[in-house]
Design a protein around this ligand. Structure first.
Ligand code: APR
Length: 233
């Protein structure tokens, strides 16, 4: 099957009811990213950051995948799809996608603050100051904060390099290294971008579907259906 790489951002989860970050009603309108999503913020006020992510986790627990997540999951029958998401929600997985890389971590995972590679599934449980990981240190969300490395960027680059098509959906492409993934496509690879905001990427084979994710991803699936090759590549 042909390889479809998907780079998704907060916009794909907007119609599920989750806020984006940089839209006018986005999270960074009400919170300072430096205060609640950076490693400096963690050492300044752990309780505030734990509260911020407890709120996100509770909201995500009561949120459902939307049609955009579901269509991408259904496309796995005709495409070898890898989802590379910047989102910390688990909506791609809950829609049925089986290959998902979380560049910025996953809200249902946690780890000791001094053990970034020993990760625990905590579901939707709150984390409080004083909750210790089995490694004996303060438990923290397994989220990549501003100022921290993005360990999954290498596997994500490998995926983009091998893609036959790249779909970018619901991201302002403001944050690196995620936004830089696009430059790893092999020349001539078509890029499709689903976003209601006009965005002009300077690539030869670039198509923007200027719509919300639920409609734009449906249009994308229709447009590329003829390109899916049933034969194994
Ligand atoms: N459907 C599709 N796209 C949408 C929709 C929608 N219904 N509504 C908004 N968008 C688009 C916006 O136009 C914007 O381009 O989604 C994008 C959201 O951009 P951001 O809010 O910047 O979110 P994102 O790109 O995911 O942010 C990247 O920044 O703060 C960090 O770690 C955080 O992972 C996040 C990263």
């Amino acid at each position: 099957m042909k390889k479809l790489a998907v780079l998704s951002g907060a916009g794909i989860s907007k119609e599920s009811g989750l806020s984006t970050f940089r839209d006018s009603d986005g999270l960074w309108e009400n919170y300072s990213a430096q205060e609640v999503a950076s490693i400096e913020g963690w050492y300044r006020n752990k309780a505030l950051m734990l509260k911020f992510y407890n709120e996100r986790r509770r909201q995500i627990e009561h949120t459902e995948p939307n049609a955009a997540h579901k269509i991408l999951a259904q496309m796995e029958k005709d495409w070898d799809i890898d989802i590379i998401t910047q989102n910390i929600d688990n909506l791609h997985e809950r829609a049925g996608s089986t290959k998902v890389i979380h560049l910025h971590g996953l809200i249902t995972q946690a780890r000791g603050e001094n053990h970034e590679n020993t990760i625990y599934d905590i579901g939707y449980k709150d984390i409080h100051l004083g909750d210790l990981a089995p490694t004996g240190d303060q438990l923290r969300p397994h989220i990549v904060w501003f100022g921290e490395a993005v360990p999954m960027i290498e596997p994500a680059i490998r995926i983009v390099e091998k893609a036959d098509i790249l779909l970018v959906v619901g991201t302002s492409l403001n944050v690196y290294p995620a936004a830089g993934l696009i430059q790893y496509i092999t020349p001539g690879t078509p890029i499709y971008l689903v976003d209601p905001t006009a965005m002009n990427l300077h690539y030869a084979h670039y198509t923007q579907i200027q719509d919300v994710a639920t409609k734009g991803v449906a249009k994308f699936a229709e447009m590329v259906a003829p390109l899916a090759s049933k034969s194994s590549k």
